[in-house]
Write a new protein. Structure first.
Length: 161
């Protein structure tokens, strides 16, 4: 795969509308697998702060809700956006619930795990694993669940400029 393959991928919103990744050309994209009942859920606040600070400068944050880790995402596609807004103030784009590992791995995560294997190889170890994509669609860096959004800010600034 080359970097343009990122732009051939799609995602679906919780309401089922398709968003094409090529709509994010020339933008920096931060992709995160999220879960509202996860111990890392307070990171929603930090992600939202990054979103508010850099959305007008070319940052797009995409939250992919995932229930593969101890059932920490009990919300449905119908309730996920409202729950994230009410509980965490989230206004960045969320997707439908997805799998990030296994046979039904979402194509975005299949691609990102191939490009940025990480400490645990091709697997996603837990919720709030983050992937930063440069403006030309190149996967730039993978961050663990423990990495707070504020730590990623320096890399976002670097590749936005």
């Amino acid at each position: 795969m080359d970097k343009t393959d990122f732009y051939n991928l799609n995602l679906k919103t919780p309401k089922g509308d398709t968003i094409r990744m090529d709509s994010f050309k020339n933008k920096v994209v931060l992709i995160v697998n999220t879960a509202t009942k996860c111990g890392f859920a307070p990171q929603f606040k930090g992600l939202e702060e990054l979103h508010q600070k850099y959305k007008d400068k070319g940052l797009v944050i995409l939250g992919f809700p995932c229930n593969q880790f101890q059932n920490q995402e009990p919300e449905t596609n119908d309730s996920i956006e409202e729950a994230c807004e009410i509980n965490f103030g989230v206004s960045f784009q969320l997707t439908e619930k997805v799998d990030v590992n296994g046979i039904n791995t979402h194509p975005v995560f299949r691609y990102l795990k191939k490009e940025l294997g990480g400490l645990f190889g091709k697997r996603i170890k837990w919720n709030f694993t983050k992937f930063l994509i440069s403006k030309d669609g190149t996967p730039y860096k993978r961050y663990s669940s423990f990495t707070k959004p504020s730590v990623i800010e320096k890399d976002i600034i670097k590749i936005l400029n």
